[in-house]
Design a binder for this molecule. Structure first.
Ligand SMILES: C[S@@+](CC[C@H](N)C(=O)[O-])C[C@H]1O[C@@H](n2cnc3c(N)ncnc32)[C@H](O)[C@@H]1O
Length: 601
C-alpha cells in the first residue's frame, strides 16, 4: 500500500508552504499502527472530516486517495486566506472548464514572453513592472483590496481571481504566498524554465472530483471548530511553532501572525472537540513547548493524553552558533478512547522504531519518577515487570543499582542490569545515562561518555582489534559505538547516592542515536579521530590530544593503564542537538545549549 501510494501521490493544483503531500504515506503507517492498538481513525458513513487550515488541501486530497476519509464523507475545509478559499471554490464549481481555458491562455502568453524576452534579472523597475507576472500581480492586488471592502465578489471577478492566483502560485518565487502589511502580495517572479504546471488539466479535474462533498469556507479556526460534532475527524495543520522560540518571545507572532497564544487556543479547541467525541490529528514542529501545550490541554479537558509520533524530516535548519540541526515534525493523535495498551515490553526491547516512538512519548524536563510513571502507564508490561522484580533490583550491589544508566535499564526498559557484554537491547543499543551541568551560558555535557574498553598501554598487543581495519566503520568496536539510547540528567549539587535520591533528578532529554545516520561533517570528524587514535597506538604514544569527537582515554581507577573509546563532552552536547533539533550555541571554545530549551514553563 505504501509503495503504491508514494508512486501515485495525490496532488493539489497549488503549491503551498507546509504542503502535506509527501507525508501521506507516513500518516497512513501511523494510523494503521494505532488502529492495530484498537483505536479507530478512518471515517465511517456519516462521519465528517474537518480541515480548518486547508492551505492547498493536499492533506485532504491525500486522505481521500488513501481512503482514510471515505469517498462519500462530508468534508468541511476552511482557511483564513480569502483568495485561497475563492480559488478552491472555483475549482470545485461547474465553471472549472472556463478556468482551465484561461489558465491555458496564461501559460501560452507567459511562455511567449520567456522565449522572446528571457527572465526578469537585471531589468529596471519600470521594465520589470511591464512583465506578464508583475501585471498579473498588480491585478491580484487590486482584487485583494476590493475583497477587503466587499467580501462578495461577482462571478466574473471570482473567475479572474482564481485563474490569476493559480498563475501567480506557479510562477512566483518558490510558490510562496507572502503579503505585506496592507495585504498585498509581494513575492517576486520565480525562474522556471518551463512552467507547464500553470495548466494541469488532469490534476484540476481530479481535485474538482475530490472536492465534491466539501463545504469550503473562509473562516478562522475557532469558528471552524463550532461545526465539529461527535464522531467527526479533524486534521489540524496550523502555521508551525518557530523552532527558535525567540521569534515568538520578541514578537509574540510568527510571520503568519499565528502566535503562541493561538497555538494554545488551538490545542484547547482540539481537546474540547475530543471531549465531545471527535478525533483530532495535529501537525507541528516537534518542539517541547508544543508537546506541553497539547498535554496540558488534554489534562484540562480530562481526555486521554495525546499520542505523539515524530516524523524525522530530512530538513536542516541553520541555528545560531553551529551550523545545522535536524528538524523533526510531530503528529499528535487525540482520541476520546484510550488505546488498550500502547506498547508491549518486547516491542520496546526488540524494535528500534517502536522504542524511539515510546521514548518520544515520554515527557522531558521532569523528575525521573514522573517520567517513569508515564512510561509505566504507556506500557503495562513494564509496570508489571518492575513490580515483580523490584526486590531483586534492590538486592543488587549499590553500584549496580544506583547508577542512572542501570536505573533507566530497569525502570524504563524493563531489564535487570547484568554484566553481559552483548548490547542491552536486542535491537543493538546500549542504554547510557549522562549528566549536563549548568554554566553561566547554558547546559553542556559534564563528562565524557565511556563506550568500550579497547586496550591497555602496559601491553600494546591488547589494541590488536582496534588496529585490525583502516576504517572505523568496519572496526570491531564500531558495533559498540554505533547505536545507543542516551538519557540526559541535570547535574545538581548535593548528594544523590541512593536510588530514591536519584529518582528525584531531572531528566532533560532522552533519545536514540545511530552513528550511521550522522551528518557528513560529523562522520568525517569520526574518521579523522579514528585515524589519529590508530596513529598514536602505532607510535605507542596513546593520548586523546587532537581528537575532537571520539577520544581514546584512560578508564578505570586513577592511574590505570586501561584505555577506552569515549564520546567526549563536546560531542555528547552536539549529539543531543543533532537528535532533538534543539540548537547548539557556541561562544569561544564553549559549546552549550541555552537554558530556555530545558525550562519548564
Ligand atoms: C501550514 S499551512 C497548511 C498547509 C496545508 N495543510 C497543505 O497541505 O497545503 C497553514 C494554513 O493556515 C492558514 N491560517 C493561518 N492562520 C489561520 C487561522 N487563524 N485560522 C485559519 N487558518 C489560518 C494559512 O492561510 C495557511 O493556509
Amino acid at each position: 500500500m505504501r509503495d503504491e501510494m508514494s508512486s501515485n501521490r495525490p496532488t493539489s493544483f497549488l503549491k503551498w508552504a507546509g504542503g502535506k503531500r509527501k507525508l501521506i504515506p507516513q500518516f497512513h503507517d501511523e494510523i494503521s499502527s494505532l488502529e492495530n492498538m484498537g483505536q479507530r481513525w478512518r471515517t465511517e458513513p456519516n462521519e465528517r472530516y474537518h480541515e480548518p487550515f486547508m492551505g492547498s488541501a493536499s492533506a485532504f486530497f491525500g486522505f481521500k486517495k488513501s481512503e482514510m476519509i471515505r469517498e462519500d464523507s462530508h468534508a468541511f475545509l476552511s482557511d483564513l486566506n480569502h483568495i485561497l478559499v475563492y480559488t478552491m471554490l472555483e475549482v470545485q464549481s461547474i465553471r472549472l472548464p472556463e478556468l482551465m481555458t484561461t489558465l491555458e491562455h496564461f501559460r501560452r502568453e507567459y511562455m511567449e514572453e520567456i522565449l522572446s524576452k528571457g527572465y526578469p534579472e537585471g531589468l529596471s523597475k519600470t521594465d520589470r513592472e511591464k512583465r506578464y507576472f508583475y501585471v498579473k500581480r498588480k491585478r491580484m492586488n487590486e482584487l485583494i483590496q476590493e475583497l477587503k471592502s466587499n467580501s462578495q465578489l461577482p462571478k466574473s471577478k471570482r473567475h479572474e481571481l482564481a485563474s490569476t492566483m493559480i498563475f501567480l502560485n506557479k510562477t512566483c518565487f518558490n510558490g510562496l504566498w507572502r503579503v505585506s502589511a496592507n495585504g498585498n502580495l509581494n513575492v517576486p517572479e520565480g525562474r522556471y524554465k518551463n512552467p507547464l504546471n500553470i495548466y494541469q488539466p488532469d490534476i484540476l479535474k481530479n481535485c474538482q472530483e475530490l472536492l465534491q462533498n466539501a463545504v469550503i469556507q473562509h473562516l478562522d479556526f475557532k469558528s471552524a471548530f463550532e461545526k465539529v460534532e461527535k464522531g467527526d475527524l479533524v486534521y489540524l495543520d496550523p502555521p508551525y511553532i518557530p523552532l527558535n522560540l525567540d521569534d515568538y518571545v520578541f514578537t509574540s507572532y510568527n510571520s503568519e501572525g499565528f502566535g503562541l497564544e493561538d497555538q494554545k487556543q488551538l490545542a484547547e479547541c482540539a481537546a474540547y472537540a475530543v471531549k465531545i467525541g471527535a478525533r483530532v490529528i495535529a501537525s507541528n514542529n516537534d518542539h517541547p513547548v508544543i508537546r506541553r501545550i497539547y498535554v496540558e490541554a488534554a489534562e484540562n479537558a480530562g481526555i486521554p493524553r495525546p499520542i505523539f509520533r515524530t516524523i524525522p524530516i530530512k530538513r536542516t535548519m541553520n541555528s545560531k552558533g553551529d551550523g545545522r540541526v535536524q528538524v523533526n515534525e510531530i503528529l499528535m493523535f487525540m482520541h476520546p478512547d484510550e488505546v488498550s495498551a500502547r506498547y508491549t515490553l518486547s516491542e520496546i526491547q526488540e524494535n528500534q522504531q517502536i522504542c524511539s516512538q515510546f521514548l518520544n512519548e515520554l515527557p522531558r524536563n521532569k523528575k525521573f519518577t514522573e517520567i517513569i510513571e508515564v512510561a509505566h502507564a504507556l506500557c503495562p508490561d513494564l509496570s508489571r515487570f518492575c513490580e515483580e522484580n523490584l526486590d531483586r533490583f534492590k538486592q543488587l550491589k549499590a553500584r549496580d543499582k544506583g547508577s542512572m544508566g542501570k536505573m533507566a535499564e530497569f525502570y524504563i526498559f524493563g531489564q535487570l542490569p547484568n554484566s553481559d557484554p552483548t548490547p542491552d537491547l536486542n535491537w543493538g543499543a546500549d542504554i547510557k545515562a549522562t549528566h549536563f551541568k549548568i554554566t553561566r551560558d547554558g547546559y553542556n555535557a559534564k563528562e565524557r561518555l565511556t563506550i568500550t574498553n579497547c586496550g591497555d598501554t602496559s601491553d600494546y598487543s591488547t589494541f590488536e582489534k582496534l588496529m585490525d581495519t583502516d576504517s572505523l566503520h568496519e572496526n570491531h568496536y564500531y558495533s559498540k559505538l554505533r547505536k545507543g539510547i542516551l538519557l540526559v540528567f541535570e547535574h545538581q549539587g548535593g548528594t544523590y547516592n541512593t536510588v530514591e535520591e536519584n529518582l528525584q533528578k531531572k531528566l532533560l532529554s532522552m533519545f536514540t542515536y545511530d552513528l550511521d545516520e550522522m551528518p557528513d561533517e560529523v562522520t568525517a570528524q569520526f574518521n579523522e579521530d579514528f585515524a589519529d587514535i590508530q596513529e598514536k597506538v602505532n607510535t605507542r604514544t596513546v593520548s586523546q590530544k587532537g581528537q575532537k569527537f571520539i577520544h581514546i582515554a584512560p578508564h578505570g581507577s586513577k592511574g590505570s593503564s586501561t584505555r577506552a573509546l569515549c564520546f567526549n563532552n563536546k560531542f555528547v552536547t552536539k549529539l543531543l542537538t543533532i537528535r532533538t533539533g534543539i540548537p547548539l550555541s557556541i561562544k569561544g571554545s564553549s559549546w552549550f545549549i541555552e537554558k530556555k530549551h530545558f525550562s519548564e514553563e
